[in-house]
Design a protein around this ligand. Structure first.
Ligand code: PMP
Length: 371
């Protein structure tokens, strides 16, 4: 075949042919409860402090930002200490443009051709994409019927596939399920036996919403140099638009991520916004408390109406089971309530909104599902 020089072919990687970009619909409807955002916009005071911090950073924007962002890492360490009682050195913290980019750094450093990453479904649908984009093999094991992860299943899968990366979302998306320490420890133990090494990332994007008594894997960091715990400011801090995710691990783990990051990946503006919001963490965490209460009430309400509801340690609830979930989703959308059609067949996921949004969701669901 002769080449058409006027219309040269794009050398797209074959595995990307025909693929659509990932993303939930961004629709302009009154009640958006589909991507687990925090329904509360930053308060006037937080907005004012962010604006002032950005103005200060702007006077220096002719310069590249601090590429190691020591101040932000120190603030994140202080925040995690207050939030979960775990003391970390700033050198144990890493940040990037959302925890999505954090995971990409992990796969860039520890995955790659000839290597495998593993997770357990149903889980966050971006995980296979991080693997694909870094040419890392992808293996997916199964969670149980109740969305818990059987430690024996996890151990066997790790022994069989000898991955170099294990991704565990806890609380899990889209199910809301948190993993007990015993399961995470079983995974850490199995990973430690993989010849050549294996890192375990516990993705705690929704960690702040965990119920009382649910532990954070941050507590396991001190004894496990192959563990990392990732968090985000997108959910609890209500800062999804700012794109700030971060990870805590032993310093050598973090130093490996520093090798693969792009130079100056975290803009001076992003750093300023994150630090200004972190200075308000006490008030923002109070808001998380009310979202937790709202979540628990919503779980109770759905169960009272005879629906199956997964236990949730997150700011969303997975419920079902519907013969035609698409019809329920569409019926809610027709009434101005956008939720997410995700998870195993028949289930739907709704994010916890303001009390008014939750009421709108309930009113719509009662009509659509004839509850
Ligand atoms: N992990 C999980 C489990 C998520 O649900 C999400 C967002 N939906 C992310 C990571 C990524 O969040 P972000 O990039 O906004 O930090």
């Amino acid at each position: 075949m002769t080449a058409d020089l006027a219309r040269p072919a794009l050398p797209l990687r074959p595995e990307l042919a025909g693929l659509e970009p990932y993303g939930a619909p961004q629709l302009d409807v009154p009640h958006r409860l589909n991507v687990n955002e925090n329904p509360y916009a930053p308060s006037e005071q937080v907005v004012a402090d962010i604006a002032a911090a950005v103005a200060r950073a702007s006077t220096d924007l002719n310069r590249y930002p601090d590429r190691d962002f020591g101040d932000l890492r120190a603030d994140l360490a202080a925040y995690l200490r207050a939030e979960s009682g775990v003391a970390l050195d700033p050198a144990q913290l890493w940040a990037a443009n959302g925890s999505n980019e954090i995971m990409l750094h992990v796969l860039q450093a520890f995955g790659g051709p000839g290597r495998t990453a593993i997770s357990f479904a149903p889980t966050y649908s971006m995980y296979p994409e991080y693997a694909r984009d870094t040419n890392t093999g992808w293996v997916v094991g199964r969670r149980d019927e109740d969305f818990s992860l059987d430690p024996a299943v996890a151990r066997d899968a790790i022994a069989e596939h000898t991955p170099s990366v294990v991704l565990l979302a806890s609380p899990n998306n889209p199910t809301g399920t948190a993993l007990p320490f015993a399961t995470v420890e079983a995974v850490l133990d199995a990973a430690a036996r993989v010849p050549g090494g294996c890192v375990v990332v516990v993705d705690e994007a929704y960690g702040e919403f965990r119920r009382r008594g649910t532990p954070s894997s941050l507590e396991l960091l001190a004894d496990h140099p192959h563990l990392a715990v990732s968090r985000t400011m997108s959910k609890a801090f209500g800062l999804a638009g700012a794109r700030v995710g971060y990870l805590a691990a032993a310093t050598p783990f973090v130093d490996a991520l520093r090798v693969v990051r792009l130079p100056y990946h975290l803009s001076a503006v992003t750093q300023a916004v994150a630090r200004a919001a972190l200075a308000h963490s006490a008030e923002l965490m109070a808001q998380v408390g009310s979202l937790r209460d709202e979540r628990d009430a919503l779980v109770g309400w759905l169960r009272e109406r005879g629906l199956r509801v997964a236990d949730s340690d997150a700011n969303f609830v997975l419920f079902g089971v519907f013969d035609d979930r698409r019809a329920i989703w569409q019926g809610l959308l027709d009434r101005g309530v956008l939720i997410r059609e995700v998870g195993p067949a028949g289930w739907l996921r709704v994010s916890v909104g303001t009390p008014a949004e939750t009421q709108a969701f309930k009113d719509a669901l009662v009509e659509v599902a004839a509850l």
